[in-house]
Design a protein around this ligand. Structure first.
Ligand code: HXC
Length: 338
């Protein structure tokens, strides 16, 4: 390759890393959000990320798009390690056309999903996207069809985890809603089929972004999200924690973790935790944390249907799932949400 060609490739790598430019990146940071690349760095074991398709470009020539071409087309995709185990990831960069999905960058997601299925490894999507790229029309929608199909094919085969890390609309939330675990970041993330302005036009109803699709709305009312994070760092750290409990795929065993907590440990407190009167409430989580290894209970859907408690823990170092009635809430009675 001539020196000019090498220089061109080097510059294209730099442009891919710069995303939508310094101003948009500054806005992203000022809103308390990390960039797509910063998020991947925090999610994966240090230095383990291998990027794919870094120089992919969109093919849209309408609406002046031929003059706005960003290498990588706003998605960062590839694979890396979490606690030494392989995962496939994609992260949408809101600074490039609002992280919207194009024909070209949809194929980047499709590639990592196919590789995850072929190799039997989890898929993690970090979503920060305004949905289908308006300028591309139906070819962008077709990209979502390819992704939704793979969401259904991967379901029950490899774990699929989504983080909603910005204002996500349209297809950018339909796909995450099909996945196994959904994390949201409080205040900086939203999940809408469509935003408050369209709701106002169509139904004449005034609704805030937070009430319509905020992190607490989806964690406590719709149940679409199961984890509420304080900020991006907290969200990515929690995903790493979740991964400790999950098998790589449906043929893999659950991971084991060394523990100093003896399997035959006795705990006298347990004798008195459950009241003798059956009409007195108690907190089932006090029982769970006293029984499992190292009092470590990773609760799923903490804010939804609090009359039932679900989550992961370990006994004798081995992952277990827990489903427990919660007498401290609605007397632990089952309802449709639980
Ligand atoms: C192209 C988009 C975009 C999109 C945002 N941008 N969404 N570009 N396609 N879908 C661009 C904006 O033009 C802007 O560009 C930059 O991203 C940041 O957007 P802002 O509006 O300034 O940000 P914010 O105020 O935070 O609002 C974010 C937002 C809003 C709530 C996501 O942008 C929005 O409502 N976008 C449209 C959402 C939408 O209707 N999507 C289509 C969904 S339909 P500049 O150049 O100014 O930085 C769909 C169907 C799927 O997905 C069906 C599958 C079968």
């Amino acid at each position: 390759m001539s020196m000019n060609r090498l220089e061109e490739v080097r510059q294209r790598h730099q442009r891919a890393e710069a995303g939508g430019g310094a101003d948009r990146m500054a806005r992203q940071h000022s809103e308390g959000k990390l960039s797509a690349r910063e998020r991947i760095d925090l999610l994966l074991d240090e230095g383990s990320f291998e990027e794919l398709d870094k120089l992919v470009r969109h093919r849209c020539r309408n609406f002046g798009m031929d003059e706005q071409v960003v290498d990588g087309d706003g998605f960062v995709t590839g694979h890396g390690l979490i606690h030494g185990r392989q995962v496939f990831v994609f992260a949408q960069d809101f600074t490039v056309f609002g992280g919207s999905l194009s024909e070209a960058n949809a194929q980047k997601i499709v590639k990592v999903m196919d590789l995850a299925l072929k190799t039997g490894a989890p898929i993690i999507g970090l979503n920060d996207s305004g949905g289908a790229r308006i300028q591309e029309g139906v070819v962008s929608l077709a990209g979502y069809a390819d992704i939704f199909l793979r969401n259904t094919l991967a379901s029950g085969v490899v774990p699929q985890t989504s983080a909603i890390m910005g204002p996500c609309a349209g297809g950018a939330v339909y796909s995450p809603a099909l996945t196994d675990f959904v994390f949201m970041v409080d205040r900086t993330s939203h999940m809408f089929v469509t935003g408050p302005d369209v709701i106002k036009t169509v139904t004449h109803e005034d609704v805030t972004k937070e009430n319509l699709g905020g992190a607490m709305t989806h964690n406590s009312m719709s149940g679409v999200a199961q984890f509420l994070a304080h900020d991006d760092q907290d969200c990515l750290q929690s995903i790493r924690e979740l991964m400790r409990f999950l098998p790589q795929n449906n043929l893999d065993g659950v991971p084991r973790t060394a523990t100093q907590d003896p399997a035959d440990r006795t705990d006298r407190e347990l004798d008195g935790l459950i009241p003798e009167e059956s009409n007195k409430p108690y907190d089932i989580k006090d029982v769970i944390t006293r029984v499992v290894d190292d009092s470590c209970f990773f609760e799923v859907a903490e804010h939804f249907a609090r009359n039932i408690v679900i989550g992961f823990a370990r006994m004798a170092g081995e992952t277990i799932g827990i489903v427990a009635n919660q007498p401290a809430h609605l007397a632990g009675c089952l309802d449709i949400n639980s």
